[in-house]
Ligand binder design. Structure first.
Ligand SMILES: Nc1nc2c(ncn2[C@@H]2O[C@H](COP(=O)(O)OP(=O)(O)O)[C@@H](O)[C@H]2O)c(=O)[nH]1
Ligand SMILES: [Mg+2]
Length: 316
């Protein structure tokens, strides 16, 4: 598919065009990257979407939640994309792929699109690709973009840098330590869900909900017009899922200015992040060029003089 075909495919809900476009974005080939950049710059943004980041330790029930939540959203007539940031994911495709068994019904839906984490190297690289994929999915017309992260600390920050709403899943009976709950991550949350509020765990989840509610009251809110709700839900029994969406919809309609400003700020941050990585790539090539080699080997120059020459050359 050429660029025009990809763009019209994206605008006409052609999933093959979407998959092909994401492959371009994830490619490390420089011609593909050029093409991907071109494609991204030609997309018409559709700003009706909500970008939801979802975090929590492995086993808390993120994938099960996404399956129930996604199916619920589809029952409301929404189209949803599920992406992931997992810098630890192996070449085989990472967490979501393994988790597809927990998203069987969702993955078969025409209105859903599930994409595993890009598997290349650094967190920064993975995050950039996921962020570009969000833009593609929005051009495609998805209403809700879910970005799942593995709980490894830094990836939460990456997800926060590309989402409107940050959802944190917790368990009632695991210690804070075990859940990797750091104050910083709890402070980032726009909503906390105590999952597995069912069967023998029901009472505990309810109690834990009150406790967390009290805990987060002590935090300085990141948005003074929004108090992060704490809900006890069951992803397996699909209890409380509708309430989760009610709250998010409420956030989307009442926090329009906040979301707009947050996205502006994120866009600006991404400009610098991208420029910085382009600069680093250029520098890495320049470092091994013939001219640099000649300067470095010139015995008549001091180290300061070498640096000055190389710098002038690079920035000229
Ligand atoms: N009882 C109960 N178990 C759940 C619930 N949600 C997930 N689980 C179970 O918890 C385990 C981990 O779930 P998973 O969705 O893979 O968690 P993830 O690693 O955070 O994506 C699985 O065995 C699920 O069946 C829930 O609401 N209640
Ligand atoms: Mg999972």
């Amino acid at each position: 598919m050429n660029l025009e075909e990809l763009i019209s495919g994206l605008e006409n809900f052609n999933k093959r065009a979407l998959a092909k476009s994401i492959t371009l974005i994830e490619s490390t080939n420089s011609r593909d990257q050029e093409k991907a950049k071109n494609l991204l710059s030609k997309l018409k943004p559709k700003n009706h979407s909500i970008r939801i980041g979802i975090s929590g330790v492995p086993g808390v029930g993120k994938s099960t939640f996404i399956e129930s939540f996604g199916l619920y959203l589809i029952s409301l007539g929404k189209k949803i994309a599920v992406l992931a940031i997992d810098p630890t994911s192996p070449v085989t495709g990472g967490s979501i792929l393994g988790d597809k068994t927990r998203m069987i019904e969702l993955s078969m839906k025409e209105e859903a699109f599930i994409r595993p984490s890009p598997s290349s190297g650094t967190l920064g690289g993975v995050a950039k690709k996921t962020r570009d994929t969000i833009l593609l999915c929005e051009a495609f017309g998805f209403d809700v973009i879910l970005v799942e992260t593995v709980g490894v600390g830094q990836s939460e920050i990456a997800v926060e840098s590309m989402s409107d709403f940050f959802l944190l899943l917790l368990l009632a009976n695991a210690g804070d330590e075990l859940q990797g709950i750091k104050k910083g991550i709890m402070e980032m949350a726009d909503m906390i869900l105590i999952n597995k509020a069912d069967g023998a765990g029901f009472i505990q989840a309810k109690n834990s909900r009150t406790e967390f509610e009290n805990t987060i009251k002590l935090f300085k809110p990141k948005n003074k017009n929004w108090n992060a709700p704490v809900l006890a839900i069951s992803s397996i029994e699909k209890k409380g899922i509708d309430e989760v969406w009610n709250k998010i919809e409420n956030f989307q309609s009442s926090q329009k200015t906040y979301i707009f400003e947050k996205r502006e700020k994120q866009n600006e941050d991404w400009i610098w992040t991208n420029l910085k990585s382009e600069l680093e790539d250029k520098l890495a090539v320049f470092k091994f060029s013939e001219v640099v080699k000649i300067i470095l080997e010139d015995q008549t120059l001091s180290s300061i003089e070498k640096e000055k020459k190389i710098s002038e050359l690079f920035f000229s």
